[in-house]
Design a protein around this ligand. Structure first.
Ligand SMILES: [Zn+2]
Length: 663
């Protein structure tokens, strides 16, 4: 409009008089209409940032940008979901509703009819191929979450949104105006959370035959320091045992401590301890159907022996296995802007570190690279100045705490003084990095923009595992086929997913990180407990669990046990009981996977040493900061409502959160 007026004017005087006006007009024309003059909200999420650590660092002056938020507005604990774990919490964040409304309760859920487990938050189905190899239907992602996200609501009301890496928001929403890049929840091309590849010329036969959680070990058979390894890349959906292979050529220079990798026309020489560039892959499943992927490598050792980590085969940004951005072309546009990037949702490969396929240092270096990438993207999107709501979430805060808590808790079985000296501060280092992100983001924003920082839950040490199913068996609630003595009954090693359970004698069973279900008549396929006896059994189990003590310390194992009433909402598919562990305890891994190990308690000897998944929610709050004064008692479902209210948009009636803005 102002530019059009300028064309109507002429003459030297007018030219000089109007220079400031023209400059302003040009500046305005760089800002898409309707964005710059409207209110703006930026929400930065740091998964699992623990309030007690933040408090200590704030007191020491180590988080200046969070401190600036605190003094400008608000800093308090953020009340989170039952249970305090990411799938439930981020789904409550997204839909402004409690767990019972969106229906995401745990990482695992079960089909009550046949007791088979499934991911608790969604799944990615493989494509369907005809016998002749042609594509019948492409792979498809499904999110089990119920309800509309607050950014979809904002978009519907005409506000442009940019949603980056909000966990468990895959597949992304369809947005008219805005953009979304899915993060945690995006699987690899196999549909798994992660399947890394560990390659070595030094694996023992036992190591090669052992099952590796989250990965595959592959031997390198060198001949004169050169070898080709066939990577088992993609199972043919028509016959999953038929796996499409992809050759990778490896040449090692043992004196220079480098490895040269080549595959599908690409190559890179990588020094010991370093990460490679990204490789693009194309797997021809049939003559008519190909799958594209990307992966990178870390050379762990390249001397007397060779060890190489290869990341999961992740979605290719320009030819995604399943679209993971809105618009679908956005993921490819990001490749054009800054090159290939990590697309798998579980961005830090905790499994590989647990299995010694990555070192502590290589894990931490990679976490920083991924954090920096998301920081650059977030700042780039903010600088474009064309949005009203931006949400960006980092998850390294959670992963680093899961893996390195062992070096800050002297009571943890994996604690060593040397480890504490070297890695005892890495959680703080990660928090400092997040603090710098907050500072950099605020610098790009006008002062009247609302800035919110949150973590979805806190953290605890994980010293001991509790096997829920073993406890149920020892107390007469769970029976195993052919194992009549409840004092000793257990499943065999490797047996999982409720296999071997005698449903005719089982009243309750555990699956997932903190869920207990009754084997209820009319609901479970081989239900035993009558519906009218359910509430009494739930009360009995709750009372007994609250009495459980650790024989080594005499302390209580649970500080709370929740029932369906605590989920608030439509809870027909909810667990009947949700455990609320005291500090130091979590469900043991085998029990979470539906097994019955021999002992009720096990010392946690893993690197996965911090946790929160089924902690008592009362002691596992997240944090909430804002640059404007807020009302007290913030809950995770309030933040989206606060954002919509600040933007002057309507809050849908099904959103149960409240606005935290002070009137
Ligand atoms: Zn976590």
């Amino acid at each position: 409009m102002k530019r059009a007026c300028w064309r109507l004017l002429s003459g030297e005087y007018l030219y000089h008089a109007l220079i400031p006006l023209v400059s302003a007009a040009i500046l305005l024309s760089a800002v898409p209409a309707g964005a710059a003059d409207k209110p703006r909200v930026v929400i930065l999420g740091f998964d699992g940032m623990e309030p007690s650590i933040v408090d200590t660092m704030l007191a020491a002056g180590e988080l200046p940008n969070l401190a600036a938020l605190r003094s400008a507005g608000a800093y308090e604990r953020l009340h989170t979901t039952y249970p305090p774990q990411s799938p439930a919490a981020w789904s409550s964040f997204a839909t402004c509703a409690p767990t019972g409304d969106h229906g995401i309760y745990d990482f695992l859920r079960r089909n009550p009819k046949n007791y088979l487990p499934d991911f608790g938050y969604g799944k990615t189905d493989a494509p369907r191929l005809a016998a002749d190899g042609s594509l019948v239907s492409p792979p498809k992602a499904v999110n089990y979450r119920r309800g509309e996200t607050f950014w979809a609501s904002a978009d519907r009301q005409g506000a442009k949104c940019k949603i980056l890496h909000v966990p468990f928001s895959f597949p992304p929403d369809h947005l008219q105006e805005g953009l979304e890049l899915s993060g945690e929840g995006v699987p690899d091309i196999r549909g798994t959370v992660t399947t890394f590849f560990a390659l070595s010329d030094a694996f023992t036969p036992e190591e090669l035959s052992a099952k590796v959680a989250g990965g595959i070990r592959l031997p390198i058979e060198f001949q004169e320091d050169s070898a080709t390894v066939n990577i088992p890349a993609y199972p043919d959906p028509r016959q999953r045992s038929n796996v499409v292979q992809a050759p990778l050529t490896i040449k090692v220079d043992r004196s220079a401590h480098t490895v040269s990798l080549s595959a599908q026309g690409q190559s890179d020489t990588v020094a010991e301890g370093a990460w490679s560039k990204w490789f693009k892959w194309k797997f021809d499943v049939t003559a008519q159907y190909s799958v594209h992927a990307i992966s990178n490598f870390c050379v762990i050792e390249a001397g007397a022996r060779v060890r190489i980590y290869m990341s999961s085969l992740q979605f290719a940004p320009k030819q995604p296995y399943v679209p993971f951005s809105t618009p679908v072309t956005y993921s490819g546009e990001l490749e054009d802007r800054a090159g290939l990037y990590k697309t798998i949702g579980w961005t830090n490969d905790t499994h590989a570190l647990s299995q010694d396929a990555l070192t502590d240092d290589s894990f931490l270096a990679e976490a920083k690279t991924t954090d920096d990438w998301l920081q650059a993207l977030t700042l780039d999107e903010i600088k474009r100045n064309d949005f009203q709501l931006l949400v960006s979430v980092w998850t390294s805060t959670d992963r680093v705490a899961h893996m390195f808590w062992r070096f800050r808790d002297p009571k943890h079985a994996q604690y060593t003084k040397e480890g504490a000296a070297k890695y005892g501060h890495v959680i703080e280092d990660t928090y400092k990095r997040m603090d710098a992100i907050v500072g950099a983001v605020r610098k790009q924003l006008p002062p009247d923009a609302l800035v919110i920082v949150l973590s979805d839950h806190g953290f605890h040490s994980f010293r001991k595992g509790f096997s829920v199913n073993t406890w149920l068996a020892r107390n007469g609630y769970l029976a195993l086929t052919g194992k009549s003595d409840p004092a000793t009954a257990h499943t065999e090693k490797g047996q999982q997913f409720l296999a071997g359970f005698d449903w005719s004698k089982t009243k309750a069973y555990g699956l997932g990180l903190g869920s207990i279900y009754l084997n209820q008549k009319g609901r479970e396929g081989q239900g035993l407990v009558a519906a009218d006896a359910a509430s009494q059994l739930i009360a009995e189990l709750k009372a007994k669990l609250l009495d459980v003590t650790d024989p080594d310390t005499g302390g209580k194992v649970f500080s709370a046990v929740y029932t369906r009433d605590d989920y608030h909402g439509q809870t027909a598919d909810a667990p009947d009981l949700q455990l609320g562990y005291a500090d130091g305890y979590q469900t043991s891994k085998p029990s979470a996977g539906g097994a019955v190990p021999q002992d009720v308690f096990e010392i946690n000897n893993g690197k996965w040493s911090g946790d929160h998944a089924s902690s008592d929610v009362a002691s596992t709050a997240g944090i909430f900061l804002a640059n404007k004064p807020m009302t007290q008692d913030a809950r995770i479902e309030d933040l989206g409502v606060t954002a919509l209210t600040f933007l002057g948009l309507k809050v849908p009636p099904e959103f149960r959160g409240k606005s935290l803005l002070q009137q």
